[in-house]
Design a protein around this ligand. Structure first.
Ligand code: OAK
Length: 836
């Protein structure tokens, strides 16, 4: 294929046009050949899976050359490389996005069509690589897309879990978890690189040898082989292909089989290989047991050590002394899970490079930056010192030295203030505080939305911020408009392009031009048609999968996210129950028909969250089977929520439920995806909702509930009295009572936990307190919806102002403010990009 420098598979194409150098005829021929070579059989005789695999393999062939060119270009220009370390990358399916970013979508679609096949069907054959739990992992995936699409030399470092996040099935209304065997049929996107494997060491002990200079000798350790698998990350039609490197743990069996006695012990070898491979077997093992905790710590170190060793190996091949390291390499730590990057880099600089402590420390701090993604206390990681010392003896000694160094610098500023120093120490009360280590060892600490950063600066990390204010900054999250509009909602993407031209795909701020068209009848008409078409597609899925018929003319109101008390699915449920009660009292009640859509997984041991799923399903059973309400409301819980399901639900949604207790949701990113697809948010003033409100204006979002300040003030005062609210609101009292009074047939005491948490445990998440305001907000929403032109104007305003929430914007900010990648070190300069 013709590859022009800097443009990859394509000529210097106009953004948004499909003028690949590969013609439909060529594609057809390549594809036929590929199938025949791979399967020794004709296209007509192979399965859909074979067809899919052959297609992936062909796309891989097409992107091989630009991938190689990108690597060479980075080597040649010596540009600074960014490595984004994350224990999760929730990629979603790759076939569609890679074809789209390569500009091959139309060609492929047409070619397959002419061969009597359908690209959509093949796209659905792909398993979702579920290598993440939720927000943090999906954000990392959006950032990969933006880094490549901005032409930034930025790569991912992650884990290649053998099993992804569990598959959720709903049995009798309850969540059941099944292993996610996503690799069963193979994964054709990645390339195994055994020659680049590195060794990671665990356990053993450290001997200190002192002959003039102190040396630390790590002995008696166990070695795990870390084998990298590289996944290409395709930039949007710019010829840039970056790399996501996923690490897999393997045993060095030969060492075990050839036992010192000279005998062979196969049984031992098998057992050994199983324990070693356990390391990358599952995503985030349960951390409620001691064993689990050790395994998770090992996972974290495995990723960090393997990743850093490979970066340094690569650096040495292309650069000089490690003193220059921070000018050539930036390492970003996605929450605290990869924070061992700090002591691991120090270990390499001290033990292998023989640098002085001061030199090594300065290099490390200049290289590292850290993002915090939560203020939930139970998610802030701390490790027992004993466990840490046993699993990572050398790293433990380094962390102790960092602690001493850091505490000494605190002492200089706060002499004698022992209390403060012990609160800020990295090691205190026999625990290692990973967030403290991150703050001490990074030059930048950022939150993910303005409010979240303010809370970090003024509350959670206040003392650290007082000590080093310059480190703290905000980077409001973003999502990629390529996956979350172009790919998942092609009809909307087409309408936008027809209205304002194609530049928005690369310059999402240009979506603002849609503002002018919001009141235009023809535009509104199209928008309505697009939404309807997407609702029909979702309704078809729901009918096939769940046997429930949805009214596509009803309001589709969705809350799709992890099930968690702070996200308040319960508030949504109580409101639906109240609506249902009103309808039962007055079947002629004039309300807009509603479809309430839920989706999300609950953590395996999170019992109340799992019961919330049962609650939603019980409500669905009741409401959907009650003829007397004449289908005015429907409730559906969509099983096994994942990226692909989100791609189906979001374009079909009218109302986006973003209703956490204010102060708890660091940012949210689902809120941004819905907004880009023209849904109107009903939300609390939390996380990025606040910035969404600023962007769209208060007429185009419905807000309700306590503010973060009010919530925090209640906590300071010891909470509030839920009984007063309960006694004072008839409708609310009725629904709360219905949780336990037989309203749900056969439920008995199933929902007593919910009832008690609301009334007897102080309603920690202010569900009752926010209920009246939430109900009022829903009424406003219905009023607006009734006036369809006003509603459609609101939808357009949401799309028009969503450009700010593109991960392209976020990443440009990270690049300039944190990683200091200057435009002239980018593969193309900012001005060139403008004119491309
Ligand atoms: C997961 C594990 C540990 C710490 C944080 C998380 C996490 O997923 N946090 C979520 O990160 C998203 C991306 O920044 C935010 O949008 C969510 O609000 C936050 O809960």
């Amino acid at each position: 294929i013709g590859v022009k420098p800097g443009t990859g598979v394509f000529g210097a194409a106009q953004a948004g046009t499909a003028d690949s150098e590969i013609t439909v005829e060529q594609f057809k021929q390549d594809y036929r050949n590929k199938v025949e070579r791979m399967y020794g059989d004709g296209l007509e005789r192979v399965s859909d899976l074979d067809k899919y695999n052959a297609l992936v393999s062909l796309v891989r062939d097409y992107l091989a050359e630009p991938w190689l060119n990108t690597k060479e270009k980075y080597r040649r220009t010596g540009s600074k490389q960014v490595y984004y370390f994350s224990i999760e990358f929730l990629l979603g399916r790759l076939l569609g996005s890679n074809l789209y970013n390569l500009g091959l979508n139309e060609v492929c679609q047409q070619a397959l069509g002419e061969l009597g096949m359908d690209l959509r069907t093949l796209r659905q054959v792909e398993e979702d690589p579920g290598l993440g739990n939720g927000g943090l992992g999906r954000l990392a995936a959006c950032y990969l897309d933006s880094m490549a699409s901005l032409g930034l030399p930025g790569h991912g470092m992650g884990m290649r879990y053998r099993y992804g996040l569990f598959e959720q099935r709903i049995v009798d209304g309850y969540q059941r978890e099944y292993a996610d065997d996503w690799l069963m049929d193979g994964f054709y996107w990645d390339v195994r690189k055994p020659a680049e494997a590195v060794e990671v060491r665990f356990g053993g002990n450290v001997r200190i040898k002192s002959n003039g200079k102190t040396q630390y000798i790590h002995e008696g350790y166990e070695t795990v082989l870390a084998v990298p698998y590289d996944v290409p990350v395709v930039g949007y039609r710019n010829g840039t292909i970056n790399t996501l490197r996923l690490w897999s743990a393997e045993a060095r069996l030969s060492e075990v089989v050839c036992a010192p006695q000279g005998g062979s012990d196969c049984q031992k070898a098998v057992e050994y290989s199983q324990t070693v491979e356990e390391l990358s077997n599952i995503l985030y093992p349960d951390d409620s047991t001691y064993e689990g905790k050790a395994l998770r710590l090992k996972q974290q170190y495995f990723l960090v050590s393997a990743g850093l060793q490979s970066i340094i190996r690569n650096y040495r091949e292309n650069n000089g002394h490690l003193r220059e390291f921070p000018h050539k390499i930036a390492i970003h730590i996605n929450d605290t899970h990869p924070v061992l990057c700090i002591p691991e880099l120090l270990r390499i600089l001290l033990d292998e490079e023989q640098l002085t402590w001061e030199e090594a420390w300065n290099i490390t701090v200049q290289t590292m930056s850290y993002t915090n993604h939560t203020i939930l206390p139970e998610a802030l990681e701390t490790w027992p010192e004993d466990l840490f010392r046993t699993v990572l003896p050398r790293i433990y000694l380094i962390v102790r030295d960092i602690n001493e160094y850091y505490c000494r610098s605190l002492w200089e500023t706060y002499p004698g203030d022992w209390d403060r120093i012990s609160r800020m120490a990295i090691i205190s009360y026999n625990r290692i505080h990973m967030a403290h280590l991150a703050i001490a060892g990074c030059h930048s600490v950022n939150g993910v939305a303005e409010l979240h950063t303010d809370i970090l600066k003024n509350k959670i990390m206040k003392e650290f911020c007082d000590f080093s204010p310059a480190k703290f900054n905000n980077k409001t999250n973003g999502v990629t408009q390529r996956r979350w509009v172009s790919l998942c909602n092609p009809a909307l993407a087409q309408l936008i392009t027809d209205t304002i031209g194609p530049r928005w795909v690369e310059h999402p701020q240009e979506l603002a031009q849609l503002e002018r068209h919001g009141a235009d009848t023809a535009f509104q008409h199209h928008l309505l048609r697009v939404k309807l078409q997407n609702k029909v597609a979702l309704a078809k899925y729901v009918k096939e999968k769940h046997g429930i018929t949805l009214d596509v003319n009803s309001i589709f109101d969705s809350q799709i996210k992890r099930i968690h008390a702070y996200k308040r699915q319960t508030l949504n449920v109580l409101h639906i129950m109240a609506l249902y009660n009103r309808l039962k009292e007055n079947p002629l009640l004039d309300i807009e028909p509603h479809t309430f859509i839920f989706g999300g997984k609950a953590a395996v041991n999170y019992h109340i969250a799992k019961n919330t799923i049962k609650l939603i399903n019980s409500l669905a059973d009741l409401v959907n089977n009650d003829k007397s309400i004449r289908d005015k409301i429907k409730v559906v819980f969509l099983e096994n929520y994942n990226v692909s399901l989100a791609e189906l639900i979001i374009p079909a949604t009218d109302v986006s439920e973003q209703i956490p207790t204010a102060s708890y949701e660091a940012s949210g990113t689902g809120n941004m995806k819905f907004m880009m697809n023209g849904a109107v948010t009903i939300g609390t003033l939390d996380g990025a909702n606040i910035e969404i409100k600023q962007a769209v204006g208060e007429d185009n979002i419905i807000v309700f509930g306590l503010t973060a300040e009010e919530v925090l003030a209640y906590y300071r005062g010891g909470g509030y009295n839920p009984w007063e609210v309960y006694q004072g609101n008839e409708r609310l009292k009725q629904v709360v009572d219905q949780l336990i009074n037989g309203f749900f047939p056969g439920a008995g005491d199933l929902f007593r936990g919910h009832f008690d948490s609301l009334l007897y445990q102080g309603d920690h998440f202010f569900v009752l307190k926010d209920f009246a305001s939430y109900e009022a907000a829903h009424r406003v929403l219905d009023e607006r919806y009734k006036d369809r032109p006003t509603w459609l104007k609101m939808c357009s305003a949401n799309i028009a102002h969503s450009g700010r929430f593109s991960s392209d914007r976020t990443f440009a900010e990270y690049a300039t403010d944190i990683w200091h990648i200057r435009p002239d070190t980018l593969p193309f300069s900012a001005s060139e990009k403008q004119t491309r």
